[in-house]
Design a protein around this ligand. Sequence first.
Ligand SMILES: [Zn+2]
Length: 467
Amino acid sequence: MSAAEPTYPHECDPSTKSNVLRMQVTHIDIDWTVHFESSTIDGSVVLTARSVTEEVTALVLDVNHLNITKVTSVKTGNELAFSVDEPGALGSALTIPLTEDDRDTDTNSFGVQVFYNTTPKGSAVQWLAPSATKDKLAPFCFTQCQAIHARSLLPCQDTPTVKATYKANVRCPKGVVAIMSALGNGDEPIAVHSDGSSTFAFNQPIAMASYLVALAVGQLVSKPVGPRSAVWAEPSVVDAAAFEFVDTEKFIATGEQICGPYQWTRYDILCMPPSFPFGGMENPCLTFATPTLLAGDRSLANVIFHEVAHSWTGNLVTNRTWEHFWINEGWTMFVERKIGAALFGQKFADLDAIEGIAELQEDIDDFGAEHNFSRLIPNLAGDGDPDDAFSSVPYEKGFALLKHIEHVVGGPKNMDPFIRAYVVRVKPSNLLFLLLCSFSFYFASRLHCSWFIHVEQIRPPNNDDNV
Ligand SMILES: [Zn+2]
């Protein structure tokens, strides 16, 4: 390790230390081995990056509680010097100086291979002993990378400002299966080794943000619930999960009517062990869902509407920084409630929206109406963890903004074509597109600084007293 280039803090996203405005990672090849006995993952990542500026001096990556052992140049095979700065709330900057010798002139890109291991202090991976699982037969591990935890799973530009495709090989001990937020081969490994361990392979061909890299390893089985969907769960849970999520295809198809074709090929659901701390996480190809959704009567399916909606809003169209989290969550609430209205009627969606406004009021009361985190777009500068700002504000204030815009432009008949255009970036008509963009900017600018801070001034979804 040696001192090298200076770091480039907060180039555009206050939550990254990477030099994302100079170099951008476009693809990641992952090679991991999972070790339950030490609660670590070791291996390497090959990062392919393109230079954004003419002068290339270094690739700077985010890391947090990673033990970096070696870095090599893919082009030359030579070992590269690197440095890791002092850790802070955002982790550390891993700086890898580069020269023109490291450029692949055929692809005009730079490739570096980083050898490392995770450490138990990292926040991305949760390790469960067999006793903490439902069936108590095998250990289990799973990742949660949103918002800025991917940097404790792999060296990366841990910002939604950039998106990369990835491929992965994951080696696991005998008796467990690995699944990821990517296309795989089900429970079929590509290799079984002499010690009984197996290697599973994955490919994510759609470029996505680092927070969507996801891995789960455990004694898992799957059961199909639709033409492009299966549920994954521990053996004793899989039948109940298949019953609960049997309407998944209906949700995806309804989402397609609203947002356009589903692009991720597969939509599987992993029913997590009881300790999963969230309702759901929209990892591409593989939503992580809490087992508390297994009500036995499919009554909590709206969590799956939400995660399905993220397939377009969030996973395809992504907030550039965590200050603009409402672009992910406000839009997803908007689409989720359109899916709910299409399947169960407008009053179903309106009741959900009214509950959302009550939740928003509670959160703003807790923060204080003038608090930074009560704003639609909070200021996250100053090395703060974006998770500190997490609340219903980006969800429900973002939803209310979009609902208001829909009202102003004349209702769903004008707004719905814009949703598809927004997602697929195809203009249904130039005039409509420009008109709606103008409305968006006009209202966003007004709401950012004025009355939208106060929840009591948010208009309910409609004036139907019967709701
Ligand atoms: Zn969400």
